[in-house]
Design a protein around this ligand. Structure first.
Ligand code: DC
Length: 229
């Protein structure tokens, strides 16, 4: 599939552990589009704030960091102010910190501006919480990827164990519930399904099946005269 003369935006939103990153990365690869993990951008700001000792209740200073942050995304890597922070942004402290700083409107403004800039340069598969609702409300394709909470916990636990982390299912479930609650109830651009997003429930499906389901939706939307001329 070729994007032709026009750029295409595929937006994938959903809660933690629904499989957004894996699916978005694979779909982008299949389409030859750029994959953008917007959660990694919030994580990079959270990491910087933690390192600077800036508390997430200090909205002004956190916003200043978000505006000053030089974030570069390369395939599979993320750099913050020239430093590769790909692994550093995956700790539990940063995970929780990212959700906390993401409630700050000024932080969101800075991230959204960077995300729009990227989407204006290339065809993208962008995943996060507010891509179809706030970042690209006119995205060509919007997917809301979900799975039932027990399955999301199982997947996250498996990932953590694979990384060698000593965590319990209870701890993962608690952390995930708290984060989903915060992400979906904040005042500014909360996690929500856009009215025109296609709901995909990945519960009980394997990665290949979800990838195919998403690609099918993308192809249907795009060949509906809306893209790929
Ligand atoms: O996708 P993730 O788990 O890496 O995201 C980390 C946090 O960043 C998430 O809990 C909420 C925030 N986030 C957001 O508010 N908006 C996005 N588009 C992406 C992530």
């Amino acid at each position: 599939m070729q994007a032709g003369a026009r750029r295409v935006v595929v937006a994938i939103d959903g809660p933690a552990g629904a499989g957004k990153s894996t699916i978005a990365r694979r779909v982008a690869q299949r389409l030859g589009f750029t994959y953008i993990d917007t959660g990694a951008m919030y994580r990079a700001v959270a990491l910087w704030a933690l390192r600077q000792g800036v508390d997430s209740s200090d909205h002004h200073r956190t916003e200043q960091l978000a505006m000053a942050a030089e974030i570069e995304l390369a395939p599979g890597r993320i750099c913050l102010n020239g430093e590769d922070v790909t692994e550093a942004i995956r700790t539990p402290e940063v995970t929780s910190g990212a959700s906390k700083i993401a409630v700050i409107p000024g932080v969101r403004r800075a991230m959204v501006a960077k995300q729009r800039e990227i989407g204006e340069r290339a065809s993208v598969v962008m995943e996060g919480r507010d891509i179809g609702t706030a970042v690209f409300p006119k995205a060509d394709v919007k997917i809301y990827l979900d799975a039932d909470p027990a399955e999301r916990v199982r997947r996250r636990l498996k990932e953590e164990i694979a990384k060698g982390a000593a965590v319990s299912a209870d701890a993962v479930a608690r952390e995930m519930k708290e984060r989903d609650q915060r992400d979906s109830t904040r005042a500014d651009a909360p996690l929500a399904q856009a009215p025109d997003a296609v709901y995909v429930d990945s519960t009980g499906l394997n990665v290949d099946e979800v990838e195919e389901a998403v690609l099918k939706i993308v192809r249907l939307k795009i060949t509906n005269g809306k893209g790929f001329h």
